[in-house]
Design a protein around this ligand. Structure first.
Ligand code: PLP
Length: 418
């Protein structure tokens, strides 16, 4: 592999995510991205199957988003959000309110999905405190779930997942099975009958649990959760950090269940993957509990870079693209193509399941013994596909050409049959 000076000089000073630094293969030096291509320092081009952790939904370097960010850069890259606001953030908040169902119309901006989840949890707990209800400080969350790497978010993620090590430092919540059967629905009801007085809300990734294993459930599960939340007077939080902005086939996953959650978290594709930005969007009923003459009733949160003007400009430009270009039709086409082209993997030895929802395509294996080797094998095939756990998956940009998508699915079929 061709190495640049900056690579050799800087590598001893970097700490990479989720990586055993001693044994992990050296990371690939990237010098450029364009559309669905990642260009490496040695000139190799990889077709991107992941869209940078599911963010780059219009492909990389989309000129419309780039132009918007450049214009904003010349005018005002950032200004603090305490006591000050600006056009990009207010316009984005208004547009998000228009896109989300019912009265989900109050956006609190932050800089990452994990922080958006932290804010949602605090918002839910303080909602009850502001209404004079104490002790509602715990949450119901689900096995297979993942909500981020900060402590509050870890505590509502599956404890058997990557956060198990930290159990001792985390508040305890109820991590249970999704109500995807009669039996599990009854189990959830029994839990709520016993503990609802201590529970602030239910948090779930709607339709697809992402980083916990790309597990999929149907809309009925979400309707059951809305019913349970209504019956036991709990807030329902949908974490749409992964599923939001078309990934599951509708702009937001909640639309497919015709369910209105009380709080929604979004991030990742909010800026089309150009810049970090997230938001916690609340219904009017939630916001009303904070509307008071009492300063103590205010939401006590405020990330330094919240409402960053460059990021909000990118997000507004990304929403323009959703309006102007047929993104949801593209997702439907990708979905169909992936379902068709990944189906033969079912017959391969070691394959446990093949499933597709929207532009998420998954081949789950019995087990993956050497993740690093498998990842490297995909690079040899000139594709960037990054399996985790037992899961090989595709979450391509919605703008990917059918030929490129075929190369991604073809590489999976080829490598898994070896
Ligand atoms: N929530 C969900 C559903 C996610 O998939 C993720 C990230 O993968 C997060 C929250 C955390 O987002 P971030 O990595 O931006 O903190």
């Amino acid at each position: 592999m061709h190495r640049n000076h900056w690579y050799d000089a800087g590598l001893p000073n970097i700490w990479l995510p989720y990586a055993q630094m001693k044994t992990a293969r050296p990371p690939l030096p990237v010098v450029r991205t364009q559309g669905c291509r990642i260009v490496l320092a040695d000139g190799r081009e990889l077709i991107d199957g992941i869209a940078s952790w599911w963010t780059a939904c219009h492909g990389y370097n989309h000129p419309h988003i780039r132009d918007a960010v450049e214009r904003q850069l010349a005018q005002m890259p950032h200004v603090m959000f305490g006591g000050l606001v600006h056009e990009q953030a207010l316009t984005l908040a208004r547009r998000l309110a228009g896109l989300m169902p019912a009265d989900l119309d109050r956006a609190f901006f932050s800089d990452s999905g994990s922080v958006a989840v932290e804010v949602a949890l605090k918002m839910a707990v303080q909602y009850w405190l502001n209404r004079g209800v104490r002790d509602r400080v715990r949450f119901v969350a689900f096995k297979g779930g993942y909500h981020g790497d900060t402590t509050g978010a870890m505590a509502v993620s599956d404890e058997d997942g990557m956060h198990g090590l930290f159990r001792g430092m985390l508040p305890e919540h109820f991590i249970v099975d999704l109500p995807d059967s009669e039996e599990r629905t009854v189990a959830l009801t029994l839990l709520l009958e016993r503990h609802a007085a201590n529970i602030a809300g239910i948090i779930v990734e709607p339709l697809v649990q992402g980083a916990g294993g790309m597990r999929m459930h149907d809309a009925q599960v979400l309707r059951r959760l809305r019913e349970a939340a209504d019956r036991f007077d709990l807030l329902l939080i949908f974490d749409e950090v992964f599923t939001g902005f078309g990934r599951t086939g509708s702009m937001f996953a909640c639309e497919q269940a015709d369910v209105v959650p009380d709080i929604v978290t979004i991030g990742k594709a909010l800026t089309g993957g150009m810049l970090p930005l997230a938001a916690t969007v609340a219904r009017g009923t939630i916001f009303d509990a904070f509307w008071s003459d009492d300063p103590q009733a205010a939401l006590m949160h405020g990330p330094t870079f919240m409402g960053n003007a460059l990021a909000c400009a990118a997000a507004n430009a990304s929403l323009d693209l959703f309006e102007r270009e047929p993104r949801l039709a593209q997702v439907a086409a990708i979905s169909e193509q992936m379902a068709h082209e990944l189906a033969p993997c079912r017959a391969l030895a070691g394959v446990k399941d093949v499933r597709v929802t929207g532009a998420v395509g998954v081949v789950e294996l019995e087990r993956i013994d050497d993740l690093d080797a498998l990842r490297a094998r995909f690079v040899e095939e000139a594709v960037f596909i990054r399996p985790f756990g037992d899961t090989v998956y595709l979450t391509p940009a919605f703008t990917i050409e059918a030929d490129d998508l075929s190369k991604l699915t073809g590489a999976i079929a080829k490598v898994l049959s070896e």
